[in-house]
Write a protein of this length. Structure first.
Length: 344
């Protein structure tokens, strides 16, 4: 079997049908790939919909477990996967029709550990045609080289396909029970990939979902997200220390990428702090925590290199000056609650 597609599913009744339909329409023989849907304790009608959908397709299987979170589901998918290559896609996203066969052909032809492709962020739910008309040539590099030349590459798991043998050899797994569990995973598999290529064709659709985890503005959830950002920054700091221990000049260059990712997540954490009702006293504790590992103040210039908009530059200056931020915090919160300003 050539390919295993792992689809985590938790209360995805509004999206799972579209996702699975896009995976079936891929100009691949059913015998060449499997679609593994892992039900992570859904309480809606997701399972009924999947069971009905899979009837005509022998290559669609369902596994159910108690709710354990996205990282645990993906790790379960790795163990179940029989294909030479593994792809992870979220249940609320989907693919352009007849694109996976092109990606798979390149993986096999160039004997790649990892191959990335383009994603399209959209609110539209029917972009099933790829905008790519001609297939460009690819250049095979090391994953490290790609990272150095593409500091702002994505860290989600759905923009690349991995060789199963490479994954088993490295032993890398997703972090379980963590916020943004695919960030460290993506760093590690890219850093260690000896044969990587990016194929710039239109494949994946990242659906902007107003009901997604990142858009939930209940106070308990905002506190959880903020704690998640802090945890991620600490994990990125641990990754930096791991890279330093390697003492390889090629890998040491990656540290700037890690620091950029850390700074970017610290920056976006501030918008969650504004939305929250966390007191200045407790915000100060959070920033002191990050200051101990030199993650705050964050690297403002590295963000400005990628995000050049004046609003980003101004907000980064304010966020990096904690006393100025504290003075402006409550007026900004009031303006936001009255819907007089918008936040990212």
């Amino acid at each position: 079997m050539k390919l295993s597609i792992v689809v985590p599913c938790y209360n995805a009744e509004e999206h799972i049908g579209r996702c699975l339909n896009s995976l079936i329409n891929q100009s691949l023989n059913q015998a060449d790939y499997e679609i593994i849907v892992i039900n992570d304790g859904s309480t809606d009608n997701s399972i009924k919909l999947i069971e009905e959908f899979k009837k005509p397709y022998k290559n669609v299987t369902i596994y159910s477990q108690q709710n354990k979170g996205l990282g645990a589901v993906r790790n379960k998918g790795m163990k179940l996967a029989k294909g030479d290559y593994i792809y992870f896609i979220d249940s609320d996203d989907y693919l352009a029709y007849n694109t996976l066969n092109i990606v798979l052909d390149h993986l096999i032809k160039f004997n790649l550990d990892l191959l990335g492709f383009k994603t399209n962020e959209t609110e539209k739910l029917n972009l099933f045609s790829s905008s790519t008309k001609n297939i460009p040539k690819v250049t095979v590099t090391k994953g490290v080289d790609f990272m150095l030349n593409n500091k702002q590459h994505r860290y989600e798991a759905w923009w690349y396909i991995i060789k199963n043998e490479y994954l088993q050899k490295t032993g890398f797994q997703f972090e379980e029970g963590k916020f943004l569990e695919d960030v460290i995973f993506t760093f590690r598999i890219l850093m260690n990939a000896k044969r990587f290529a990016f194929l710039p064709i239109d494949v994946h659709r990242y659906v902007k979902n107003p009901n997604s985890i990142m858009n939930n503005e209940s106070q308990p959830h905002l506190r959880k997200l903020i704690a998640g950002y802090v945890s991620l920054v600490h994990r990125l700091n641990n990754l930096t220390n791991d890279v330093l221990e390697i003492k390889d000049s090629e890998y040491l260059k990656i540290i700037e990428n890690i620091k950029y990712t850390s700074s970017l997540n610290t920056y976006f954490m501030f918008y969650k702090l504004i939305r929250s009702d966390i007191s200045i006293k407790n915000i100060n504790k959070i920033l002191n925590n990050l200051n101990k590992i030199n993650a705050y103040p964050f690297k403002r210039k590295s963000i400005a290199e990628v995000y050049s908009h004046y609003k980003v530059k101004i907000s980064a200056i304010i966020f990096n000056n904690r006393w100025l931020f504290y003075v402006l915090l409550y007026p900004i919160r009031l303006l936001y609650k009255k819907q007089l300003i918008r936040l990212p």
